[in-house]
Design a binder for this molecule. Structure first.
Ligand code: ATP
Ligand code: MG
Length: 563
């Protein structure tokens, strides 16, 4: 399994586990689980939970199970199960032979429920969902007992049996834990354990028409699997007394400890699977793996590496208070990783034609370029050069603004790995006045990009030879939302009103010919333009390059501002 990239400082969860190891609680065992509900694809928030659960298991020589929390038959799909497995493995963790489904335990859960009924700790209630809500009371008002609360154990057993046998319609009865309708904790006011749902389940078929509720199913599943530390997000803190109540009443052998941590929130994106599904189904994105999505499959397609995601999870750490992490930190992590591993190439995203008027018409030559200045071991390659080249449209201004030091009439610049180049004229579109071609001269004495007389230039431009370059499609991404908190909306609007209409920009770009061999998933730095990754759908037609991230580190700025 994969451990952390750098030694990590401890945190409150690791402190708890360390202490439990020392005191011999759970016999010195550590056993965690990652329990996704298969109703959507995993996202970067799940990555935090995966790195935490599998990570602590690794560090303490314990085990971590993958458990599908498939207690809700209506929403689960096999497609999600497969994608979840793929994503966990890709992030770098392995559950070995311990992949389970909560539905594997339906028989045991039923048997435990019968036990609770026998002990007088659970009862069948005929109130409707609406009536149960009315009886529950509020934060300031106690609840009222259900009129069915005092049924005899024998009657409850018979009714529960008949619920299971399918004799009653959906919603007509529930099984409820008999705890305390006046409890200060609303979760303890006789919570529903089972509901009737005549629905096909993706694993158990039509065997069941009663399904356990999360709070009951989860603690029982944890206990059956011998989990020691049941790590979950903060919203379950108020459910912990119930988690403990079920396991205490059932006197199970293994009573795991529930520990809550703050979920990951990331600026300019959303983490709710329900809302992400709305984006997919509404056609706002091209699928869960759209490179703009915070889904693991989207990040993978965008060009993120598993190392960068694990590193991000290490850096954010785990805390007990909710907070918003800046997207710039995630980008910092991928930039740092790609800087080390990506070969540099030249590609022109918005091409402007340049004719080098003193370069021979039929000549071309091969110039030597460095593949990665960060890693000399990555060697060099040759890049073809000829009379007509493309440069970036933004690298030329006919009338230069203040502080613009790149190409403009009369100005000399360096072409990376090639020659010094001076602008001697422009050709304009007669109608629009737009510059469509730039005429330049080159200095043959500066081959390789250095001037023998020590002449300085203020800019170095990337370029491609027009005759040799290949056509590619470059997809540039912006945040999906315009607001750091997409849920911050006007009255009557929802998060979709904050969507960024310019989150995708598609460009017909030109790249040096070595990229014709690039395969889906290959990563490059396009000099000065960012890190790019070949899209899986690049077969046929032009190769498609997704921009993973720009070169500019905005995180450094954010960090400084925060100080
Ligand atoms: P949603 O509320 O959108 O349905 P969920 O939390 O119910 O999401 P699950 O599939 O049940 O999604 O999550 C599996 C595990 O991942 C849970 O233990 C959950 O706490 C954890 N998890 C989900 N989202 C985050 C997040 N943003 N940060 C950290 N952990 C998360
Ligand atoms: Mg959940």
């Amino acid at each position: 399994m994969t451990g952390p990239e750098t030694p990590r400082p401890s945190d409150f969860i690791r402190d708890i586990i360390k202490e439990d190891m020392e005191t011999g609680k759970y016999g010195g065992r550590v056993h965690t689980r990652f329990p996704p509900e298969p109703n959507g694809y995993l996202h970067i928030g799940h990555a935090k939970s995966i790195c935490l659960n599998f990570g602590v298991a690794d560090e303490f020589r314990g085990l971590c199970n993958l458990r599908f929390d498939d207690t809700n038959p209506a929403k689960e799909e096999v497609e999600y199960v497969e994608s979840i497995k793929e994503d966990v493995l890709w992030i770098g963790y392995d559950w070995g032979d311990r992949m389970y489904y909560a539905s594997d335990y339906f028989d045991q859960m039923y048997a435990y429920a019968v036990e609770l009924i026998r002990m007088g700790k659970a009862y069948v209630c005929d109130l409707s969902a609406e009536e149960i809500r009315e009886h529950r009371g509020t934060l300031t008002q106690p609840g009222r007992n259900s009129p069915y609360r005092d049924r005899s154990a024998a009657e409850n057993l018979e009714l529960f049996e008949r619920m299971k046998a399918g004799e009653f319609p959906d919603g007509s009865r529930t099984l409820r834990a008999k705890i305390d309708m006046t409890s200060g904790n609303i979760n303890m006011r006789d919570p529903v354990m089972y509901r009737i749902l005549h629905a096909e389940h993706h694993r158990t078929g039509d065997k069941w028409c009663i399904y356990p509720m999360y709070d009951y199913a989860h603690c029982v599943s944890d206990s059956i699997e011998g989990i020691t530390h049941s790590i979950c997000t903060l919203e379950f803190e108020d459910h912990r007394p119930l988690y403990d109540w079920f396991l205490d009443e059932l006197k199970v052998e293994c009573h795991p400890q529930q520990i809550e941590f703050a979920r990951l929130n990331l600026s300019y994106t959303i983490m709710s699977k329900r809302k992400l599904l709305q984006l997919v189904e509404g056609g706002h994105v091209k699928g869960w793996d759209d490179p703009r999505m915070p889904a693991i499959s989207g990040l993978r397609r965008r060009g993120y590496t598993p190392e960068s995601i694990r590193n991000f999870c290490d850096r954010i750490g785990v805390a007990k208070r909710d907070s918003m992490v800046d997207m710039a930190l995630l980008e910092f992590c991928i930039r740092e990783d790609l800087n080390k591993r990506s070969p540099r190439v030249m590609a022109v995203l918005r091409p402007l034609k340049v004719v080098i008027v003193n370069y021979p018409e039929n000549k071309s030559e091969e110039l030597t370029a460095v593949n990665n200045p960060e890693d000399p071991g990555m060697g060099t390659r040759t890049v073809p050069f000829s009379r007509i080249i493309y440069i970036e449209r933004d690298d030329f201004q006919e009338v230069p603004q203040k502080q613009f030091f790149r190409l403009s009439p009369g100005r000399e610049v360096r072409l990376r790995y090639a020659y010094y180049l001076t602008c001697v004229g422009v050709v304009k579109d007669e109608k629009t006045g737009e510059v469509v071609e730039v005429h330049c001269t080159y200095d043959p004495a500066t081959r390789g990009g250095d001037s023998p007389d020590g002449r300085k230039v203020k800019a170095t431009l990337h370029w491609v030879s027009a005759a040799h370059a290949i056509e590619i499609e470059a997809r540039l991404y912006n945040t999906l939302f315009l607001k750091a908190d997409p849920d911050d909306v006007e009255e009557g609007q929802d998060f979709r009103s904050n969507m960024n209409p310019d989150s995708l920009e598609t460009l017909a770009a030109r790249a040096e010919p070595c990229l014709s061999d690039a395969k889906p998933g290959d990563r490059f730095q396009f000099e000065r333009m960012g890190y790019f990754c070949v899209d899986p759908d690049s077969s046929g037609g032009k190769p498609v390059f997704n921009r993973t991230v720009t070169l500019k580190d905005t995180w450094a700025k954010v960090r400084k501002k925060g100080k």
